[in-house]
Design a protein around this ligand. Sequence first.
Ligand code: HEM
Length: 405
Amino acid sequence: MTPTGCPEYNPFDDAVLEDPFPTYATMRTACPVHRFDGHQPAFYTAFTYADVVQVVMNRDDWTARYGLSPRFQRGVGFNTDGPEHVKFRRAVVAGLKPRAIEALKPEIDTLVADLIAEMKRHGPGDFHDLFASPLPVAVIAKLLGVTGDTDRFKELSDALMVEGMNSTDPAGFQQIVAELDDYWNDQLAPRRQALASVDDPGLEHLGTVVPDDLMSTLLVFTADDGRRLSDFEITNSLMNLLLAGNETTTSLLTNLVWRLLEEPGRWAALVADRSLIDTAIEESLRFDAPVLGMFRTSLHEVELDGVTIPAKSKIQANYAAANHDPDVFTAPDEFRLDRDPDELRAHLAFGRGAHVCPGAQLSRIETRIAINALLDHFPTLTLDGTPERIAPFNFWGRRTVPVSW
Ligand code: HEM
């Protein structure tokens, strides 16, 4: 049952999808915890900053074990909690540590320069297709250590986005996962062969026996109990990294460029003062969170903001609504390049707690390098039409951003 006094709210409604923030503002005051029955299973949504933090931080009441999406999923990999999650996460995110990202910076510089040269050759067009979509895929390919047919990698990665986030057809998704698994296994084969000659493969063999990249890290990782990752855990982690890292970083780039161009003077302000770039990135993350919300499941009956939620209920921790909560942010519906740094640090675009995004620094660095170069090469960049929204209901980014210069 919907908590009493709640206005109508349907997260799949066209009007909400188009611009969810006015609806979030209504919900935060009129119905901070809402139950939506138009989805199978029904799910709750937490809209206020305090409730969202409660859902993601209170692990006595809420778990990630049934998946981070609105549907019930298998409790493996990132869909776990406690020591099992810590061990798994440590293995997968080893390649996202500052040392690895620092080493990647010159490669990101080159990728950005190549895309800018391509934009110039192409002439005015869609910033999403020309720049924001290809960059994160190319960066993740470097990080993982993909070699050989990178066009096939981009093709599979794009297909995964379409099937994984936009489609309601599980068969299509399974098909792409199977094709990706073949691709991963081809990539992993030479590494597995090289490690076969080593007695006890470990992190010390990175950069000597096998290349020092994320794919090799997954192969040599040993959990505290001595267990190695299973083949399923390895390919599943690789797929999750693609799903979690690509569209989100693309959305950060499209949302940021859109907001900087929609208001006269913002782009020029950054051209003149590059120290504003980091504030602009954080304000974009706060204002337009690329992940509108992620899900948890109640472990038992839970009382949240006066609403009784039964055991085994799905709830969306709505990060985007929390980021516009006036209890935490001054004039939350204004995009401000002079926002207080303490307020910016409080945004929840990367989540919080045990599942906080391990790719946050990578996407920030990538975006910083990209925006700096775009300001250098396109100081008169202008919006040339109305950007359109990406399709998935719980993600927020632009599918098109027409620009000219
Ligand atoms: C602007 C870009 C990004 C945004 C906004 C973003 C957002 C998020 C959010 C909100 C979560 C927390 C999910 C939850 O609460 O359940 C998350 C988790 C995650 N992100 Fe990101 N992400 C971004 C980029 C990346 C990148 C570049 C990577 C990897 C290369 C990545 C990998 C992951 C992984 C593996 C998780 C799951 C962590 C866990 O469950 O322990 N993300 N991300």
